[in-house]
Every structure is written in C-alpha cells, then in structure tokens.
Design a protein around this ligand. Structure first.
Ligand code: BGC
Length: 763
C-alpha cells in the first residue's frame, strides 16, 4: 500500500509538470528546452508498452493509402487504441470523427496522451491547388507558401495535425509517376520550394489552430528509382546523393520541418528505412535534426521483402536501431519491440529517444493544452473549401501554366469566330483535380469547356466533340487505369467539327490517376488513341491549340514539330478551366517555366540540365566519338527553366561588380531585361554557375538564384543577384562542402540553355 501511495505521489507530481503547459507560441526549435522537462516527466510515467504505443501508427477510417487489407482488424485496433497502444492515426478525417476518436483515447487510456491525426495533404485538403509539379512551374514562392497555408487551415479545421508533405524528392525520370508530387529536377529550386511550403503548413506557431506539422519525404533517393519504376532500387553515386538528393532535405531540416519520412527504396544496397548513414550520421549528427522520423507505409515490414530481415522482429530491430521512429501500418514495433528490449537485443534508450520526439511534437501542437482544439465542426464548415481558397487556386493555376510553343503568335486567340473544342479532357471536371487529392470533391473542377464558355465573347461560336475516350476503367487511387486503345468511333464527329471551325482547341493528356504513386509508365507519349486523333484532326485543320493536362513531362516530339501552339496546363486544380481559358484569350499572360526537362524520346531518360560534361562532350564534325545517341539530339525537347510568354524579353549584358572575389566577399551580378513587346509580362530570371575546374567532375551548370519580375511593355528592369561563396561550393563525394579557388562562369538568362555569361574568379 505504501509503495502504491508513493508511486501515486510520483505520478501526480509528474502529471502536474506536464499538464502545466504554457502556451507554446514560438517556432518549434525555440520551445525545445521548455518542452524537454515536460517530455521527460511524462516519459518517466510510461510503461514500456505505452512507450511502444506512441511509435505505432494505423490507418483508420474509410480511406486506405497503401496496399493491404484491414478488414477484420477493426476490433483488434479498437482494443489497442483504448489501451494506449496507438500513438498516431492516418486517414481519419473530419472534426466530428477526430473529436470522437480523441475522446475515446483520452478517456480510456491510463495516461490520456492525445493522438496525432495525420493525412496526405499534398496539394490542398478540399480546395485543390495545382499538383506540386505544376505549382513549381510558377516559381512563385510566396504563392506556394500561401497555398500550403490554405491547405493547412482547411486540414486543421477538420481535426488534422500533421501532413505527409511536402515531397521533396529531386526527380530526373518522367517515367516515375510520383514526379507530380514534387518540384522537379533542380536541388536548389526544390529546396526553396520546400522551405516555402513548410513555412506555409507550419506557420510561426505549430500550436495555432490553422497550422499543421509538415513532413519532408521521402528520405532519401526515392526519385532515382531505377528505370523510373516506382519502389525500385536506387543505385547512385555519393556525388549525386550529396549534391542533388540531400540539399532539399537539409533545407527542410533547417526550416524546422516537424518530421521526416523514410523512403521505400534501398539506396546503394541499404533500404532507406534501415539506413544508419542517412538517419544517424546525416540527419541527427550532421544536421542536428530533432524532429520525429516516420516510416513510410509498412516500409519497416518491407525490410523482409527487401531481403535484409528474416522476419518482422528482425525488421523492427533494424529499423529502430537505424532511427525509424514511428511504424506506419507495419505492426512491426507493437508486436516486437518489447520482446527485443526484454531479451536485451535493443536498448530501451532507443525507444525513449523516439518517444520523446513523438511527445515533443504533441506538446508543440498544443495537444496537451487542448486535445480537441483542431476538431471544430463550426470552423470546419467555415474554412473548408471556401471561396477565398478557390480564388487562390485560380491565381496560382494561372502562374503555373507553361506556354511551350506559339508559332506565328496563334495565341492569344484573335479573330476566330467558330471554335471547336475537342478531346477527352475538354469537359472533364475531375482530371484537373489530380492525384493525391485528399478530400477534393470528385468532378468539382471548372473544366476547360466551362472556362471557355465563361470567358469567350458571346459572338464566338463554341462547339464540342469528345473525339475519343481515354480511360475506360476504374478511376481511383488504387486500381490500374484501363486505357482505350481500340474504340475510335468518335473520330468522325470530331473531324467534321474541325473541318467547319477556324480554330481547334484540343484537350489531351493524362487523367488524374495516370500519374502519381504506382503510376510509372514506360511510354510517356499521349496515352491511348489521342495522338492518332490529333494527327487526323491536324490533317483536316492544322490551326490547332493543344492544351495538355498531365502530371509529368510527356514525350511530344511529333506534337512540337506539327502543332502550332502548345500549352502545358498540367492538373491545375479547382479552377483549372478558368485559368486556361483566360490564358488562351490573353487575359492572363503565361509566365510559368518548366521545372523538369521534357525528353525528345523516352530513350533519353533520365534527362536533366545539370549533368556532367563527360570526357567526350564533342568530337570532330561527322565522327561518332562523343557522348550522344546516334538517333536523337542530346538536348531535351523542352529544357528546365523554359517557358514562353506573350511578351518578348531581351537580356542585356551581364555585369559583375568585380571579376574576382575572395571567400569573404559577396559580389553583384546584374542584368537588364527589356520587354520589347506591347504586352506587360512576368519573366523568371535565372542565374546559373558553372565551376570550370574542380577536384570532382563538376556539373555543366547549376541554378543558384532566380527572380520573378514584372516588366511592362516597352520598358526594362534591372535585376541584381548577390553571389557568395556558398554559390561557388559543392559537396564532395565524402559529403564535405568544398570551396575551391579557380574560375567560374556566371550565366543569367531565361532558361537553362542560356549561353550568355561572364567569367568570375575565386581567389
Ligand atoms: C506513400 C507516402 C504516404 C503514405 C501514407 C505511402 O504509400 O509513399 O508518401 O505519405 O503512403 O499515405
């Protein structure tokens, strides 16, 4: 009895410490020490089982975002929830549902530790913004921060605390379906966008009821899946790892991202989920990261499939020892960690460390002050899907459109009296919502046809023919799409319409679920019979504006050669149709630029602008002894950073404030940009640096800075960039940052093929 009373007094003392939370109103890192004491006192109260529970995460509710089948598991999971064996939940949504679940756990578990509710809020919660690859083409960091902020506000009002975004995997192979989730091929741009989106999700105060915790994923290398096949092995050298893959993650860590997520892949023979080097040496030791690391969906269990663990127990041991802290849907920790501790195979201290990170996040979110603060049905009604967010979706959609070709200024549309709109995506209200669409309402986007109807003057005759069906099977997150490869019965009607029109707008591309997770493609041309339709229409009426809706770069060589105007309109979200129509009509001047190269043919993949020079970049004319394919040019069809405008810009000479600098100096590079057209426009001015001689083979050039500037018709604007030593350094294969004296080229221009440069010497 006395022993019991003594324990009770101890428990009460500790409870007083951890419930006396003052309001955490600063950024997570600054509040660390304040929470340390509370975290420690709570940890001291917990049994080993309760600690392991904090590391266990399940998918509950109607959605399931990975393979498996939880049928029949509900009652077991319920028991685990009410006995403190679950610390976080994904896919359970809505203010009511989350409140109920939280109450169940708070009221039934011994310590009443609140649950964390997580979800993949990738490009909006209910209001859909453009898919991230599209958004990145806007190069507008402010706007991307705002869309993340709006997505956070909607999610938080629906009871969520944590998003599994942003995905910051650098991607160089358009066959990989998940390129739609990230910001493309450049590590610097990917890093800048990562920071903007993390700041948007997390704000200044994680405990605010409009912010949510963010996740840097997938750590690391997932974007380099061999042959672009999802979940495939990653075999890369350490230069690529340190210079291409890791920088965005380092930037995310610096931006205080609340969590990191493992990748499914193995990387140079070690699965990312059990990767000591990545999770310990780099993340914890080098970057001093102190947030939580969550596995990917059953990626701990998949260590058995990878062939590095004989069973789930060994997988659990490897993963926790490496530093994977929360087990998402793997059942590996909840079933094995306590045995592993009891048998002395792992030290309980490993578990303590992981649990501390989970509790710390719960404190930062303010859940110990009020576990129900995010689950507010009134706020949910008011915030989710509101008009202001839809307006924002339209604004960024307009900036994300990339004009790829515009022969003889066919666009903006002038003088056409009879316009035909043809294609399976023209009236599609679902495709623009894209994949990974959270709680988007199916078929709720403004279609291209609707956008045109709204925007076109009434005296213009608009007619429609579908032409061909694209996807003829299931249209959802889980199942393979079935593409129409045979039925061309709509061709004749479409051709007749084209024949009687002055202008044909063709809406072709991929449906929402043709890119995304598990959607790798070996042929990235227009799927199904679309190209055949395009060719037949072209033979009748070549006055075509091709509007593309897709989640990845496509192979468009024939289209580029034959179609006079091509508009890359991605999966642009809620108001896609309005944004596209206003662009076609010139009410919006396109300003987006590609963040991933479009290949001429799939055989060029992977293709990216910042490649190595090689020992044989060229040879004598007519000879074969240089780096090339004999059947295709070395360049991509559309390069990184490329995009046209209705304005025309001319770049002046680049001026450097000094032609040499030492490592303690900053110099200025300036250029003036003149708009020689009669249309006001925005230009994305890009600065690239090439290291001419280095100890390890340098990249041909790499993006180091950019600015998006407005240049009024007939006027010019001077743009200045500051160059510092970081911009002249690179990571050597051993991971060390290296600044080497010598010569550099500084390029400033409107895309990555810019040749205009000045020489700079680092002394
Ligand atoms: C994906 C992750 C996602 C997780 C949870 C996995 O299949 O790879 O990006 O966050 O599912 O839905």
């Amino acid at each position: 009895m006395t022993k019991f009373l003594g324990r009770l007094a101890g428990v009460l003392c500790a409870l007083i410490i951890f419930f006396s939370c003052s309001n955490p109103s600063e950024k997570s890192k600054n509040t660390q020490s304040r929470f340390d004491e509370k975290v420690d006192s709570l940890l001291a109260l917990m049994t080993l089982e309760e600690k392991i529970g904090q590391l266990n995460q399940y998918s509950l509710g109607s959605e399931f975002t990975g393979p498996g089948n939880k049928k029949g598991q509900d009652s077991i999971r319920y028991q685990q929830l009410v006995s403190g064996q679950v610390g976080s939940v994904l896919n359970l949504l809505g203010a009511e549902n989350t409140r109920k679940m939280q109450k169940l756990v708070i009221e039934n578990t011994r310590l009443g530790i609140p649950l964390l509710f997580a979800y993949d809020v990738i490009h909006g919660y209910q209001t859909m913004f453009p898919v991230p690859l599209a958004e990145s083409a806007s190069w507008n960091l402010d706007l991307m921060q705002k869309t993340a902020q709006a997505a956070a506000a909607e999610s938080a009002a629906s009871g969520l605390h944590w998003t599994f975004a942003p995905m910051i995997d650098v991607t160089v192979d358009a066959r990989w379906g998940r390129v739609m989730e990230g910001a493309g091929e450049d590590p610097f741009l990917q890093s800048e966008i990562a920071k903007a989106r993390i700041n948007g999700f997390q704000g200044q105060d994680l405990s605010h009821n409009k912010t949510i915790a963010a996740t840097a994923k997938h750590f690391a290398g997932y974007g380099y899946a061999e042959s672009g096949k999802d979940y495939n092995s990653v075999n890369i050298n350490n230069y690529i790892l340190h210079n291409h893959i890791l920088p965005p993650f380092k930037a995310a860590s610096k931006a205080n991202v609340a969590s990191f997520m493992n990748a499914f892949n193995d990387i140079n023979v070690v699965p990312a989920t059990a990767n000591q080097y990545l999770l310990q040496d780099v993340l914890r030791e080098e970057w001093n990261y102190d947030g939580v690391v969550v596995s990917d969906w059953n990626s701990i269990g998949e260590l058995v499939n990878h062939g590095v663990s004989a069973d789930l127990k060994e997988a659990a041991k490897k993963a926790i020892s490496a530093g994977s802290e929360i087990d998402m849907e793997g059942n590996a920790y909840v079933e094995n960690l306590s045995n592993l501790v009891e048998s002395g195979e792992i030290d309980e201290e490993l578990i303590n460390k992981a649990v501390k990170h989970v509790l710390q996040l719960k404190f930062e979110l303010g859940l110990f002050d009020d576990p129900y603060k995010y689950s507010d049905p009134e706020r949910e009604k008011e915030i989710v899907g509101n008009e202001i967010h839809h307006d924002l979706a339209e604004e960024i959609a307009k900036e994300s459109i990339v004009l790829l070709k515009n022969e003889e200024s066919l666009l903006p549309i002038k003088n056409a009296k009879n316009i035909a709109v043809i294609g399976p995506l023209a009236k599609d209200k679902d495709t623009p919502l894209g994949n990974w669409r959270a709680q988007a309402i199916a078929n709720s986007a403004v279609s291209l046809y609707e956008g045109l109807e709204q925007s076109l003057p009434k005296n213009i005759n608009l007619k429609y023919a579908e032409g061909v069906k694209l996807s003829i099977g299931p249209n959802n997150f889980f199942e393979e799409q079935v593409i129409n490869e045979t039925d061309n019965s709509g061709f004749e009607e479409a051709k007749k319409l084209a024949e009687n029109s002055d202008l044909v707008i063709m809406a072709l591309g991929e449906t929402a679920y043709m890119s995304g997770e598990g959607r790798s493609r070996a042929d990235i041309g227009l799927p199904g019979l679309q190209k055949e339709l395009l060719k037949e229409i072209h033979a009748i009426n070549p006055n075509i504006v091709l509007v593309l809706m897709n989640g990845r770069p496509l192979e468009l060589s024939w289209e580029d050669e034959n179609i006079p105007a091509i508009v890359e309109a991605w999966h642009l979200g809620q108001r896609a149709g309005t944004a596209i129509a206003e662009t076609l009509l010139g009410k919006n001047n396109p300003s987006g630029k590609l963040t991933m190269s479009f290949p001429r043919t799939v055989g060029q993949l992977p293709i990216y602008y910042n490649h190595k020079i090689t020992g044989r970049p060229s040879t004598a004319p007519g000879q074969v002894f240089y780096t090339h394919h004999t059947d295709v040019d070395n360049s991509p069809l559309y390069t990184f950073g490329f995009g046209l405008s209705y304005s025309e810009f001319e770049y002046g000479e680049i001026e450097l404030s000094q032609n040499s600098m030492n490592e303690n100096e900053n110099i200025t590079a300036s250029v003036s940009i003149q708009n020689i057209s009669e249309v006001d426009g925005y230009e994305i001015v890009q600065l690239y640096i090439q290291d001419l001689v280095a100890e390890e083979t340098p990249m041909i050039k790499s993006l180091k800075a950019f600015k998006k500037v407005e240049v009024k018709a007939g006027q010019s604007v001077k743009v200045d960039f500051s160059i510092n030593k970081e911009m002249l350094s690179y990571y050597k294969s051993n991971g060390e940052l290296s600044l080497e004296k010598g010569k550099f080229n500084v390029f400033i221009g409107g895309n990555s093929t810019v040749e205009h440069h000045q020489k700079l010497e680092l002394k």
